[in-house]
Ligand binder design. Structure first.
Ligand code: C2G
Length: 129
């Protein structure tokens, strides 16, 4: 069984998120998604989510490609996650290109093109108009 992991906030869940999850699952048989907790988002990413962690977890767990959701609580858990969950492949959108290459000592690292024209920030801005 090939195991894949990806990380993100996944706030205001949209088709760009579905696209990365669908493509990540193509790299294996079991997809783990680490969702940023509310505290991690606020303290480290200075993001205030519209949906809480539990609501974002519920949405991501409903996606057919997703097998397990775990919390992302800090920037430093990726190596232990890869080891603890026996991950073969780490996948992220290419806005993170190169940022997680240190994981290459532990698993395959894949950066995939982002879905153009959609982002949580853009949704928020357009709703404000
Ligand atoms: N994404 C995408 N296309 C979009 C929007 C997002 O492919 N139009 C991808 C991002 O590249 C990322 C994933 O969807 O791989 C989740 O995006 P965010 O929720 O914005 O996550 P981010 O804030 O980038 O957090 O430790 C890693 C961080 O937790 C990533």
């Amino acid at each position: 069984m090939k195991r894949v992991i990806t990380y993100g906030t996944f706030d205001l869940f949209h088709y760009g998120h579905v696209n990365i999850l669908r493509r990540a699952k193509e790299y294996g048989d079991y997809l783990i998604v680490a969702i940023s907790t509310d505290e991690f988002n606020w303290n480290e990413k200075h993001k205030k989510c519209y949906f809480t962690y539990e609501q974002r977890k519920q949405l991501v767990e409903s996606v057919r490609y997703v097998d397990l959701v775990i919390p992302e609580e800090n920037w430093d858990q990726k190596i232990t996650d890869v080891q603890e969950y026996h991950v073969d492949t780490f996948v992220m959108g290419d806005d993170w290109e190169g940022k997680f290459d240190f994981l290459k000592d532990y698993c395959e690292v894949v950066y995939l093109p982002r879905t153009p024209e959609i982002s949580t920030t853009q949704i928020k801005q357009e709703l404000k108009k």
